[in-house]
Structures are given as structure tokens and as C-alpha cells.
Write a protein that binds this ligand. Structure first.
Ligand code: ZN
Ligand code: MN
Length: 490
């Protein structure tokens, strides 16, 4: 735990845009970056008399996400109108889910420094997005434009329990959910494009002398545009609440819940206003949509399509390959294709630790430097496996091995050819040299006895015969290393 004089309590509300071809209730394209208002129709611009029709693909993606998030799926679910006025909301209400969300009571496990931790989920529901306001496009501070391309696109809202106890845990949760939803192709979770948006509820518990604690009023922080911003905002807001409590003594329940914006430039939260209550929205059932009934067969068909989820794979990598928690986490966090690459390499090389080491160091470094995905990486696992075989066979040192690796990437030449072109010592492979070393030891009982009686110098007497047997072509450092190893066994 931290050394802070209080405990931080964080709950998140995450909105993700679903990767459907069309919008939630009409056939308009669901695509980022189209010319303003080009993907619109009477339904999504809220013309009177139009009727919404539920997008089956959106509902199935939502089901997929909720099942992967260990949620209970409601057998019966309906939609509700959430009424509010805003220029980017032409109908003056959002179609959302109120009292009967399609799923609730889930959890997602995160890997904290102190071990795995389950973060509870209150509910996951499906709703439509609003359009977007563009302010001051001319730079004269006079105009605000409305783009309705986003209006009516499908959104998944995921509400966690207040189970995160540090800004870092909040970041880990977001990283885990992004990884999961990307792997499932539910959402691309691009924060920059707004396809993943986060509001964070935070307050603190201050321990008291009687063993209890005092809770400060909850503040909901908005405008968080990166995971790093979430982490910084939570740390800032917790400390601000601590100082405010010391000045005012105001506790949870004594003042209404407030919203705050995160100012990235100033690095501070700015408390804005009293938060709306659910009653302010006058929710009522959406009369134009039929409720959805999810039977067991449908639910189980979607569940069966999930495949191995990141957390399960991370666990398997530790058990099956003996990887450390850290290596398993690094490999899985790169995504499914990278993990597949590792598995193929590990099976070709026959040594998972060597494979993991190369994947998490050399390969990852090149991917980061060149901004490549693993699909763009020019070496297939078989080519890299060939290099690792050469490294093992001739005990090529790490620096040399890296040189060959970089040259393979640049030229596409095979490891075997490059090792020879680059003049590395490969006249004798390691098993041939080991045989010669064993012979030398067997032929020199006196040297062996000397080494055993502690005369380290006696090794020199054994290097000579091996070098003569290879006409001086063996690398002396490798010969010495092998002598040490064999003498220990002799
Ligand atoms: Zn439309
Ligand atoms: Mn929402």
C-alpha cells in the first residue's frame, strides 16, 4: 500500500464504441473520419415519425464483451429514453438502458504488483452515442458546428464497482479492458478518436483514531484523454480532497456529488457543478423498440465463440512455458498475434525461456523503434528460430547474435549464411568442441588432479591440446568455458 495518509477509492465509467459496420438503429455507416454529416439519415438526425431498428451485430458484440467480462446476461432486456437537451442530440433524448440492462455483476482481473485483483462490474449496457460539437473552427471564437456522423452509433457503457485503490490500479484496469476488447474485435479502443472514453469517480477514506474512517464527497472527473491522464488526475484529485477535508471537514453525503474536468496543461482538476441525478433525466421505456429476449442457446453460442481470453492465456503461459509473471504479461499485452508469434518460436526452438527472452527484448525493441506490428515484422518465427539454433550451436555471444539479427532484418538473408559472411567462429559446433574437451581431460589425468587440488592455472594445460586438435580454429574463450563445465562434471 501507499504511504499516503488516506486510501484512494476509484470507480470508473467507460464508454467504448462498437466496431459495427452500421449504426445502432439505422443503416448509416459507423466509421471515424468521414466528412461531417455525410453518414446520416432521417433516423439518426432525429426526424419526427422515424422508427429505430435494433442492429443485431451491435447486440451480439455487446453480448460478447459482457460474457468476456464475466457478467450475468439478463434473459429479458429493454431500452429507455434518457431525456436531456444538447445541440448534438437532435431527438432531445438518448436511447439507453436504465433499470433492465442486458448484463450485470461481472468482473475483470488485473495484475497488480501485489498480485491479481478482481475489479467488480456493476453493469454493462448498450446505448446510442450523440453527435459531436466542433467549437471555433474559424479561430474567431464565434462559431460552433454540429457533426451528426457519430449520432446513433453503438456504445457500450461499462460501470465498475469502486474497487480500485490507487491511480495505478485504474490505469491497469483500463489497459486490461482495452486489451480484451481489442482481442475480441468488439472495439478498437482508440482514445484519440474517442472510441474509448473514461469518467472516473474518486473519493478518499481517511483513517480515524477509533479505527474507522471518514469518506470525502465523491467527485466525477471527465475529459480524461489518455490512461496517463487518468492516473495523474486521480492522484491530483485525491490529494485535493484530502486538503479540502482538512479545511472544511465536509464528508460524503453532506454535499451533492460534483463533476470536475481534468486540465491537462495545468495538471489539475477543476470542479464544475453539481451532478445530475437519475431523476433529472425522466427515464421512461422506449416505445419504438421491442425488448430483446436472450435464450440460453444464443448466449451459449456467443460464449463458445470467445476463444482463449488474454487473462487465461497469461496464466497458461506461466504454467505451460514456465514464464515469469512479467514476461507473460509483456507478451500478452502486445496482443494475440504477438503471443502467437512467441508460441510458434517457442515450439520451433524447444526452449520457451530463450524464445520469450528474444521476443520481449530484441523483437519488441525493433517493433517499437520502427512502429511495426508483429505482422509487419520481416522475420517469421522459422527464420528467427534458425538464428537461435546457430547461437546455441556455436555459442555466439549476445552482441554478435544481435548484429546477425539486425542484418537479417535489413537484408532478409538467412542466419546461417550471415553467420558465415560475418566471419563468426563456426568451424566447430559446440558438441564437437565438447567432445574434444572431454578427450583432452581424459588424456591428461595430471591436469585434472591439479585442477581438483585447486590449481586453477592447470586449465591452461588442457586448452593447448584442444586448440591443436582444431588447428587453432576454435574460439579460446568458448574452449575455456567448456573446460570449466566439463571439469565440474568430471
Ligand atoms: Zn442514420
Ligand atoms: Mn452512457
Amino acid at each position: 500500500m501507499s504511504a499516503l495518509p488516506y486510501e484512494v477509492v476509484i470507480g470508473l465509467e467507460v464508454h467504448v464504441q462498437l466496431l459495427t459496420k452500421s449504426k445502432l438503429f439505422c443503416g448509416c455507416r459507423n466509421e471515424f473520419g468521414l466528412p461531417p454529416n455525410s453518414a446520416t439519415c432521417p433516423v439518426c438526425i432525429g426526424m419526427p415519425g422515424v422508427l429505430p431498428v435494433m442492429n443485431r451485430e451491435a447486440f451480439e458484440l455487446a453480448l460478447k464483451a459482457a460474457l468476456a467480462l464475466n457478467c450475468e446476461i439478463a434473459p429479458f432486456t429493454k431500452w429507455d429514453r434518457k431525456n436531456y437537451y444538447y445541440p448534438d442530440l437532435p431527438k432531445n433524448y438518448q436511447i439507453s438502458q436504465y433499470d433492465l440492462p442486458f448484463s450485470r455483476n461481472g468482473w475483470l482481473e488485473i495484475d497488480t504488483a501485489a498480485g491479481p485483483k478482481k475489479i467488480g462490474l456493476i453493469r454493462v449496457h448498450l446505448e446510442e452515442d450523440a453527435g459531436k460539437m466542433l467549437h471555433d473552427e474559424t479561430g474567431q471564437g464565434r462559431d460552433s458546428l454540429v457533426d451528426l456522423n457519430r449520432a446513433g452509433t453503438p456504445l457500450l457503457e461499462i460501470v465498475t464497482r469502486p474497487d480500485m485503490n490507487s491511480p495505478e490500479e485504474a490505469r491497469l484496469f483500463l489497459e486490461e479492458i482495452r486489451l480484451l476488447l481489442r482481442e475480441l474485435k468488439v472495439s478498437d479502443c482508440e482514445m484519440q478518436e474517442g472510441s474509448l472514453r473514461v469518467d472516473a469517480n474518486v473519493n478518499i477514506h481517511i483513517p480515524q483514531a477509533d479505527g474507522g474512517f471518514v469518506a470525502t464527497p465523491i467527485v466525477e472527473v471527465k475529459n480524461l484523454n489518455s490512461f496517463r491522464a487518468v492516473e495523474k488526475a486521480m492522484a491530483y484529485e485525491a490529494q485535493r480532497q484530502y486538503e479540502e477535508y482538512q479545511q472544511t471537514g465536509k464528508k460524503l453525503g453532506e454535499v451533492p456529488k460534483a463533476t470536475a474536468g481534468w486540465d491537462e496543461t495545468l495538471g489539475m482538476t477543476v470542479v464544475q457543478r453539481r451532478k445530475e441525478e437519475a431523476s433529472d433525466y425522466r427515464y421512461f421505456p422506449e416505445p419504438d423498440l421491442v425488448p430483446v429476449v436472450v435464450d440460453e442457446a444464443w448466449r451459449e453460442r456467443i460464449r463458445a465463440s470467445l476463444g482463449e481470453l488474454p487473462a487465461a492465456r497469461r496464466c497458461r503461459f506461466q504454467n505451460q512455458y514456465g514464464l515469469s509473471v512479467y514476461d507473460a504479461r509483456v507478451i500478452i499485452s502486445q496482443g494475440l498475434a504477438f503471443a502467437d508469434y512467441f508460441e510458434e518460436l517457442a515450439s520451433l526452438v524447444g526452449d520457451a525461456k530463450v524464445a520469450a527472452n528474444w521476443c520481449t527484448n530484441q523483437v519488441l525493441q525493433v517493433l517499437n523503434e520502427r512502429q511495426w506490428t508483429i505482422a509487419e515484422f520481416p522475420l517469421r518465427p522459422s527464420q528467427l528460430a534458425e538464428l537461435l539454433e546457430q547461437v546455441r550451436k556455436y555459442r555466439i555471444n549476445p552482441q554478435r547474435a544481435r548484429d546477425v539479427f539486425m542484418r537479417m532484418i535489413q537484408t532478409g538473408t538467412s542466419a546461417e549464411v550471415l553467420v558465415r559472411q560475418m566471419g563468426l567462429d563456426v568451424t566447430f559446433d559446440i558438441e564437437q568442441l565438447r567432445q574434444l574437451v572431454r578427450q583432452a581431460i581424459a588424456n591428461n589425468p595430471k591436469a585434472l588432479a591439479d585442477v581438483r587440488s585447486g590449481k586453477a592455472k592447470a586449465i591452461d594445460a588442457l586448452v593447448g591440446p584442444v586448440m591443436r586438435a582444431t588447428q587453432g580454429k576454435a574460439p579460446t574463450d568458448v574452449v575455456r568455458q567448456l573446460l570449466q563445465e566439463e571439469l565440474q562434471k568430471a
